[in-house]
Design a protein around this ligand. Structure first.
Ligand SMILES: NC(=O)c1ccc[n+]([C@@H]2O[C@H](COP(=O)([O-])OP(=O)(O)OC[C@H]3O[C@@H](n4cnc5c(N)ncnc54)[C@H](OP(=O)(O)O)[C@@H]3O)[C@@H](O)[C@H]2O)c1
Length: 248
């Protein structure tokens, strides 16, 4: 059983989907959780209420991570709440857009990189003063970074960047005792996933997986909680596939 009692955690994009499930998993394991949202204030408050009802500690924090100073503003709010120590950062907030090479606009490309890459980069930078020995950072990669799945070249490139950052962050922060890893989900049934929304998408998803069902956010969250915990104390610089054996 993962034990995170006494730990403080920030989960970005925790109003919905994988972030929500991860926030609940961390809270169930005993962590105090900051539930970040952008547009989904009421959804985030519902996650906070659920955690508190179960006897846990949680607060909602809002910030638009598409804005150049979004990560800086979020880090300020986090430091006000947790003080000088953050044990767990799950940089989960993300956006995707299915588009061919020809149909990808500069605006879409910039938006994808702003939310999926720039924001986690500067969130780590801005939170470094309160991340210390034993802290764990978990970033969100994707099956799309490792295999050509769907029509997502620009989105997939943002996740390739995450896999690269994991290695550089882990290498740079190891001396401080901070671990950095990523999880790479396959297709997960959330608002984001176009694959899970149609019969043909669901069929092709199941066909490429060893395990024959569509993943739910709760299939990813325990791995996030594990990587965040001391049980994963010797794992850093890695991206863990959590994809039901996709594209083996
Ligand atoms: N679903 C999949 O199949 C899949 C597969 C591989 C990897 N992933 C990755 O897993 C992560 C979570 O995805 P999901 O499927 O759970 O997505 P989701 O259900 O669409 O939720 C996305 C979350 O990101 C937040 N977000 C979006 N734009 C934002 C912005 N500008 N500023 C701040 N927050 C923003 C949303 O906040 P609000 O709702 O509050 O605005 C929401 O909480 C992403 O990094 C995604 O790339 C997903």
């Amino acid at each position: 059983m993962t034990n995170l009692s006494g730990k403080t955690a920030l989960v970005t994009g925790a109003s919905r989907g994988i972030g929500r499930a991860s926030a609940l998993a961390l809270a169930t394991a005993g962590a105090q959780v900051l539930v970040h949202y952008s547009r989904g204030a009421s959804e985030a408050e519902a996650v906070v209420a659920e955690i508190r009802k179960a006897g846990g500690r949680a607060d909602a924090v809002g910030a638009d991570l598409a804005a150049p100073d979004g990560a800086h503003k979020l880090a300020k709010q986090v430091r006000k709440i947790v003080g000088d120590r953050l044990d767990i950062l799950v940089a989960n907030a993300g956006v995707s857009k299915a588009a061919t090479i020809e149909d990808t606009s500069v605006e879409d490309f910039d938006h994808l990189f702003a939310v999926n890459v720039r924001a986690p980069f500067f969130l780590v930078q801005q939170l470094l003063p309160i991340l210390g020995k034993g802290s764990s950072i978990v970033l969100l990669s994707s099956l799309g970074a490792h295999a050509s799945v769907g029509t997502l070249p620009a989105y997939a490139a943002t996740k390739g960047a995450i896999d690269t950052l994991v290695k550089h962050f882990a290498s740079a922060l190891g001396e401080r005792g901070v671990r950095v890893n990523a999880v790479a989900p396959g297709v997960v049934e959330t608002d984001m996933s176009s694959f899970a929304k149609t019969d043909s998408g669901r069929n092709s998803t199941v066909a490429m997986q060893a395990l024959k069902r569509i993943a739910q956010p709760e299939d990813i969250a325990p791995v996030v909680a594990f990587l965040a915990s001391d049980q994963a104390r010797w794992i850093t610089g890695d991206t863990v596939r959590v994809d039901g054996g996709s594209k083996l």
